[in-house]
Design a protein around this ligand. Structure first.
Ligand code: IPD
Ligand code: CA
Ligand code: CA
Length: 253
């Protein structure tokens, strides 16, 4: 029931993105000149905050576009990226999603990612599997040699770029090819759906990956930090996601 209600809110936000007048998007930068935010990021987050809290009034709320973030260690919490792939949104590249996760006492409970341009809704509930538009999905069982590597360039962090490209070269040498969608949440859905075998990025925030991580795990895949160890839901970390037949140990060599 909650799942359906959340999906309805996300579809409504998707309509707002599809109908956006991007020539009046009030583009601003945050921190670095390539980290953008538009009035649509803010508007989608406002709708999500209002409507998700109507569905689960006791929940905490963590959204990318606010400065102060609620702690998520106890009770229920939403972790939300209103538009993951803002640069794509600004460029009309049509590869941006809405990402909503809900935690219970710090553990991922629900994950939903909606791609309005493709009308694809990915959903997962802990212990209940992962779905694309209501149909069960599973990660790829192909080895990396017969697979695709997805990566994020950590482009807001100049200090990570050399390492990112070094790892990318290693993964490129072991895969059929590489892809860069510009949305980490979407990359995770592509791993979950078996469309690619490996995804990594050296620094992301929980709103980028919380929902996608649960979707990958419920689809039978593995999500850890690139350096190994469990991911954080309370602060940034690196992310590695793989299908069921990929040993990503080479990234740590
Ligand atoms: C970004 C996207 C991108 C990733 C960046 C993220 P944003 O999120 O997920 O793919 O490479 O690291 O910050 O800024 O578009 O919400
Ligand atoms: Ca993001
Ligand atoms: Ca965002």
């Amino acid at each position: 029931m909650i799942m359906e209600q959340i999906q309805q809110v996300m579809r409504e936000c998707g309509q707002l993105m599809l109908g956006a007048d991007r020539s009046h998007a009030n583009i601003e930068t945050k921190g670095t000149s390539n980290n953008l935010v538009t009035k649509y990021d803010k508007a989608v987050q406002e709708i999500l905050q209002k409507k998700l809290l109507e569905i689960v009034p006791e929940a905490h709320f963590v959204g990318e576009e606010e400065t102060v973030h609620d702690p998520i260690a106890t009770g229920k919490a939403f972790i939300v990226d209103p538009i993951d792939g803002t640069t794509n949104f600004v460029k009309d590249y049509k590869s941006s999603v809405i990402s909503v996760a809900m935690t219970q006492d710090g553990e991922l409970e629900l994950g939903l990612v909606y791609h309005p341009y493709l009308d694809e809704m990915f959903t997962a509930q802990r212990g209940k599997g992962a779905f694309r538009n209501g149909k069960p999905i599973h990660v790829s069982s192909q080895p990396l040699e017969a697979g695709l590597t997805l990566y994020g360039s950590a482009s807001y962090y100049p200090e990570l770029i050399d390492d990112s490209f070094r790892l990318l070269r290693k993964a490129f040498d072991r895969s059929m090819d590489i892809r860069r969608s510009g949305s980490a949440a979407w990359d995770l859905c592509c791993i979950a759906a078996g469309r690619a075998e490996l995804f990594f990025e050296l620094r992301l925030y929980p709103w980028d990956y919380a929902a996608g991580a649960l979707i990958v795990r419920e689809a039978g895949g593995m999500v850890t930090r690139v350096e190994g160890g469990d991911i954080s839901l309370s602060g940034p970390c690196s992310i590695l996601a793989v299908g069921s037949n990929v040993d990503a140990g080479f990234l740590r060599e």
